[in-house]
Design a protein around this ligand. Structure first.
Ligand code: ADP
Length: 643
């Protein structure tokens, strides 16, 4: 794409005098954009140069497998960076494959890299329109990124072919470049950046070392800065599974996750297919701090052939797996791919899909372990976040559902999280004829266990899931059924329970009359009043009407919206309770209307109290005091009312 000002560009023989080549128009535009620093992280130029050097070294390594007849066949394969603060230069030298004259023209002088090529195509299309500065951010510019920090670049290079000529390429990144013969006889490439005046930081050792640690720590070849080796950690994910030792993996994990503990477990993948990638993923032992915060830094590190591209690459895993740490390395993405481009990349989507299914597979294996310890730790640390995936995960929904755990009335003594139950285990324990998987939502186990709505279930030995995680209220509506069995809240008013111990209640007629009386006292404070099937010891409970939400759900809605008013509730009353029998008898006695009314108010307030919706506890207490005054009168006429 560059045009030579001389006539003999097709001729491969070197000319002694420097030859000048003019950059093409769009290349000039590109250079202009680069120089006027459209990148926010100009330090990435070093990553680009090291990556090129590493590629060149790989080529030599490969060639040496079959051909020892090359320049400096015995030279160590390495990358050297020399910094000169006085001269303001940064020189990077590799013993790689080197470049021919043809390479310098068609690969360096021309836009060769795929990212830059695409960018130039965009530039061409937009020729007449205004240049979009953001556009460049979507592409990478490879070697030319160095012009962000340098105003003159000299490349000395000698190709590995034994008869190759050493060459020197020079450019100021503006209009043109020159090529001439040089006297540097060593194999490989040496690139000297003459740093811009305000870019002197890139001649400082500590600065360069820290950039290398960040971007190029896993590069396969030793990188020396002023003689000192900088990169230390090997790219473990490229090694065969069988070779990796637990200790090595733990050290690697600690390094990338900045954790002081060993991981709970890891997953090592080498996938060949439509998209080829390698991955090394870890589940930490402890939930990291701030895991639920919105600004929690998470996501995997993305590499392309061992060269770092991005950290917190969020598009590789769904939010509910945000605690997973590790690296993904794919050569199916260009090195220069921008953050924005990765978000919409089909390559990333394919990787993500595989990662999710492999991770869920690994967790399923943990869950199937005889010793549940690992899975229990996982559930304790990550359960709530993990569960929340049910509201967003559609593709792997079934696998996910199998892996979530709930507290339950079954393992009563277990209590603490970690001994929770799966839906599958619940179903295994279901009673004959049991029609639904029952659950109750609430804040904590102790309170829920005493909840009046559970009395029937306790009396009949039917297990109820105790949903005490705050997220449960949000995910439960997302699992209407498990294996065709409905999940049903025990607080629903239309539960169809058949009570095996139904006896000793009020007659239908008596009950009907009492219910009418209660309705007239409570008026429109309740949706309805109904005889209860679920109560055994308690006298009354508030349950959700057909259209309403569970109490816990309403509580959460109120937390988010002060003005939220839930639907009215149904008051269910226990017709077998002695208090109801008393009231039924008292109802028709003249002069006792106030006592009946006070009792009904008290019953209603008590049900509200348990539900957590009682607004005025003072009224309840003063009414109770009044009742106690009567009940404790020494000349107790009260004994008359005893049934
Ligand atoms: P990309 O690396 O994406 O292809 P670059 O602009 O960074 O784009 O480099 C263009 C080409 O120049 C490379 O593909 C390679 O052929 C050549 N090149 C760059 N640096 C070196 C080097 N140190 N040794 C050998 N060849 C190099």
């Amino acid at each position: 794409m560059s045009t030579s000002t001389t006539d003999n560009t097709a001729d491969n023989t070197a000319t002694p005098a420097p030859e000048t080549f003019e950059y093409r128009a769009e290349m000039k535009q590109l250079l202009h954009l680069i120089v006027h620093s459209l990148y926010t992280h100009e330090e990435i130029f070093l990553r680009e140069l090291i990556s090129n050097a590493s590629d060149a070294l790989n080529k030599v390594r490969f060639r040496l497998l079959t051909d020892r007849d090359i320049v400096d066949a015995a030279a160590e394969q390495r990358i050297d960076i020399q910094l000169d603060e006085k001269e303001q230069t940064l020189t990077i030298t590799d013993t790689g494959i080197g470049m021919t004259r043809e390479d310098l023209i068609s690969r360096i002088g021309t836009v060769a890299s795929s990212g830059t090529q695409a960018f130039v195509e965009e530039l061409k299309k937009k020729k007449d329109g205004p240049l979009n500065a953001e556009l460049i951010g979507q592409f990478g510019v490879g070697f030319y990124a160095a012009f962000m920090v340098a105003d003159r670049i000299v490349i000395d290079t000698r190709h590995a072919d034994p008869d190759s000529t050493p060459l020197r390429w020079t450019s100021d990144g503006a209009g043109s470049y020159t090529i001439e013969e040089s006297d540097r006889a060593a194999r490989g490439t040496q690139i000297t950046l003459h740093l811009k005046e305000d870019k002197d930081e890139f001649a400082k050792t500590w600065r360069i070392q820290s950039i290398i640690k960040k971007y190029s720590n896993f590069v396969d070849f030793p990188i020396h800065v002023d003689g000192e080796k900088v990169n230390t950690v090997a790219a473990l994910w490229h090694r065969p599974k069988s070779e990796l030792k637990e200790d090595e993996l733990a050290e690697f994990y600690k390094f990338i996750a900045s954790d002081s503990e060993r991981p709970l477990g890891h997953l090592h993948l080498a996938i060949e297919g439509v998209v080829a990638f390698r991955a090394l993923l870890f589940v930490p032992k402890k939930a990291p701090q701030g895991m639920f915060r919105e600004d929690f830094e998470h996501g995997l590190h993305l590499y392309s052939s061992k060269v770092f591209i991005q950290d917190d690459c969020k598009s590789l895993l769904p939010e509910y797996l945000r605690f997973v740490r590790g690296v993904v390395d794919t050569s199916d993405l260009p090195l220069n791919v921008s953050r924005e481009a990765t978000q919409h990349s089909p390559v990333m989507a394919k990787i993500r899909k595989t990662l999710v299914s492999k991770l869920l597979g690994m967790l399923a294996e943990w869950a199937a372990d005889e010793d549940q310890e690992r899975f229990n730790t996982f559930t304790r640390e990550f359960g709530p976040l993990f569960k929340s995936g049910l509201s967003s995960e559609f593709e792997h929904r079934d696998e996910l559902t199998e892996l979530i755990r709930f507290e339950s009335t079954h393992n009563r003594e277990a209590g603490e999280k970690g001994k929770m139950t799966s839906l599958a285990a619940y179903v295994d324990r279901m009673q004959e004829g049991q029609k639904a998987i029952y659950y109750i939502l609430g804040d904590n186990r102790q309170a829920l266990e005493r909840h009046p709505s559970l009395e029937y279930f306790r009396a009949n030995d039917i297990e109820v899931l105790l949903m005490t995680d705050p997220v449960d209220a949000f995910i439960v509506p997302g699992i209407p059924k498990y294996k065709d069995i409905e999940l049903t809240s025990v607080e629903k008013s239309d539960l169809k329970l058949d009570d095996k111990k139904k006896k000793g209640g009020l007659s239908k007629k008596e009950a009907g009359k009492l219910i009418d009386r209660i309705k007239s006292v409570l008026g429109d404070r309740v949706e309805d009043v109904a005889p209860s099937e679920r109560l055994v010891d308690s006298v009354a409970t508030l349950v959700t009407g057909k259209a309403g939400m569970d109490a816990q759900m309403e509580r959460m809605m109120r937390m988010m919206d002060e003005n939220f008013t839930g639907a009215k509730k149904v008051l269910e009353v226990n017709m077998r309770h002695p208090l109801m029998k008393n009231l039924a008898a008292l109802r028709s006695q003249p002069g006792r209307e106030n006592d009946v009314e006070a009792a009904i108010e008290q019953i209603f307030a008590g049900a509200q109290l348990i539900e957590g919706t009682l607004d005025e506890p003072e009224t309840l207490v003063s009414r109770m005091t009044e009742l106690l005054v009567q009940a404790t009168r020494p000349d107790a006429e009260a004994s008359e009312t005893e049934a």
